[in-house]
Design a binder for this molecule. Structure first.
Ligand code: BGC
Length: 515
């Protein structure tokens, strides 16, 4: 029986408190942690299509691209070292997100955010001054460490700070700043690529210092979340803080629930082992499947390689970078749809609609590329309308991702974990995300070279699977207080078997009823 969504406020609890200016500003500042991630995603693709960059660090790719005009377009950029440049960061992020788990839990969300900004800052410096490939790679590893820390802590921070009714909108702020970061990077690449003598790529890579400074300084001025304060034994201050955040005096019910959650959390000695318990199977499954599916939408093929892809379908270098700016704008605007829709329409509706739209577009792109490039990758002269059709399909695809799997991939995973496993489970989420990003980044150019237009069908297949997965396996989480979330699993026709159901009723959600 499908798990249909629970209506808003499906749980019994309705904590008092509104969207105060204080919490709004705090969440906006924290959400800027997404900027560093976004900036990097946007910068790498553009930089790797700049001639001065290729000539200095990857001369063989440069030769293949510029001198051998007859070579197969599908294989133009297929270079292991070049992909290693892009993807090394993701392995580093994977490792650091595991370390961040302990820091976030023991010392608070803010400290992880701070480390995130600082490491990213150093990485940006090393990259901006890079003299050889190894400096580039070391710089990227540092950037990766930074991203691992930030992505582990920022989504948790936002989910805990936000009043439950607005949790979706405030948490999507993280994704919004990822997309703003990507867009700014795309625009900068466009202008910097015109600078002579290698200054362009140095400014693009070194420019990462700006978002790094924003989150480093931001983390110093932000307050801690009440959940984390209680978890670390500072209940008195936490209660006063909760009153301030919610803008009301009557926070007893929410506060007591946080205390109960933190008591359970304090009993846990080894959060990793704890995560493996049967009762956490639904959350652990989501921490693995959601990021896996998010990456297998194939979004980063577009994000990293849009300029490369666009130049393959016939745009000149400059126009290819410009098209990346266009997809960047679509990405940011699409995310705004999510900010306003996620707490009204719910997570499931966005996931499912987005999946269907992405599927249609992927089939469209595969057909368009297949029709012109065929199997040998030699399209001959490409008409202008053709490149425009491809860009339109890609824009519709990016928009769909931007209001579905993009923000929800970070939001849903940050709101479903009970406090006692929250930090560890979020690290699993980040690690799987980074591992899959690494995989896609590392093999995309090789896959394009071998699977040709079939590559888009490959990702379309996953989009079908993930949409069915959401339909059958993911309960609706909108409007449910974060410490009340266990009820959605108990009420789910499949997941309920993993969670204790003694009283036939939990958190106000009736068991046996199909949601
Ligand atoms: C994903 C990134 C992706 C970005 C695009 C994020 O949610 O995690 O991998 O590049 O969205 O906007």
């Amino acid at each position: 029986m499908p798990a249909i969504g629970i209506p808003a406020g499906g749980g019994n609890k309705k904590y008092p408190g509104e969207l105060t200016p204080y919490v709004t500003v705090t969440c906006i500042v924290a959400a800027m942690g997404g900027l560093i991630f976004g900036y990097d995603i946007g910068i790498s693709g553009g930089v790797t299509s700049m001639d001065s960059f290729l000539l200095k660090f990857f001369p063989s790719v440069y030769r293949k691209k510029n001198l051998d005009q007859s070579s197969n377009k599908y294989c133009q950029y297929d270079s292991q070292v070049l992909t290693m440049f892009t993807s090394s960061l993701y392995l580093a992020a994977l490792i650091s997100s595991l370390v961040a788990s302990t820091i976030t839990r023991r010392f608070g969300r803010k400290l992880s955010m701070f480390f995130g900004g600082l490491l990213f800052l150093i990485g940006a410096l090393v990259n901006g001054f890079a003299q050889n490939v190894w400096m580039l790679i070391v710089g990227r590893i540092l950037l990766g460490f930074g991203i691992g820390f930030a992505n582990q802590s920022v989504p948790i921070y936002l989910s805990e700070m936000a009043p439950y009714k607005y949790r979706g909108a405030l948490s999507v702020g993280f994704q919004l700043s990822i997309t703003v970061g990507i867009l700014v990077a795309n625009v900068l690449n466009y202008f910097f690529s015109k600078l002579e003598g290698g200054l362009g790529w140095r400014l693009s890579l070194g420019g990462a210092m700006v978002p790094a400074l924003i989150i480093t300084i931001g983390s110093l001025v932000l307050p801690d979340t009440p959940n984390s304060m209680i978890e670390r034994g500072d209940s008195v201050a936490a209660k006063a803080h909760l009153k301030r955040i919610r803008g009301v005096e009557d926070v007893d019910e929410e506060f007591n629930d946080l205390v109960i959650a933190s008591e359970a959390s304090m009993k846990v000695e080894n959060p990793w082992e704890n995560l493996l318990q049967r009762k956490y199977r639904p959350q652990l499954s989501m921490a693995i499947f959601i990021p896996f599916f998010q990456q297998f939408t194939g979004i980063n093929v577009i994000m990293f390689y849009a300029p490369v892809l666009f130049s393959s379908v016939g745009f000149k270098d400059d126009a290819a970078l410009m098209s990346a700016v266009i997809t960047g704008i679509v990405n940011a605007l699409g995310t705004i749809v999510s900010v306003f829709g996620v707490d009204k329409l719910g997570r499931r509706a966005l996931f499912i609609q987005g999946g269907i739209q992405m599927l249609i577009c992927q089939i469209g792109v595969a057909a368009a590329i297949g029709a012109k490039f065929g199997i040998d990758g030699n399209p001959g002269e490409l008409p202008k309308w053709y490149a425009i059709v491809v860009v339109l399909f890609i824009c519709a695809y990016v928009a769909a991702f931007a209001w579905s799997w993009g923000p929800l991939g970070w939001l849903v995973t940050s709101e479903i974990f009970p406090l006692e496993i929250r930090s560890a489970a979020q690290s699993v989420n980040v690690s799987v995300n980074m591992l899959c990003t690494f995989f896609v980044a590392q093999v995309f150019l090789t896959m394009l070279c071998h699977m040709k237009f079939g590559l888009f069908i490959f990702f379309a297949f996953f989009v079908v699977v993930m949409t069915l997965f959401v339909y059958f396996m993911l309960p609706e989480t909108k409007g449910i207080p974060i410490e009340e979330m266990s009820g959605v699993w108990k009420a789910h026709s499949y997941w309920s078997r993993f969670v204790d159901n003694h009283d036939g009723k939990c958190d106000g959600i009736e068991i046996g009823k199909s949601y």
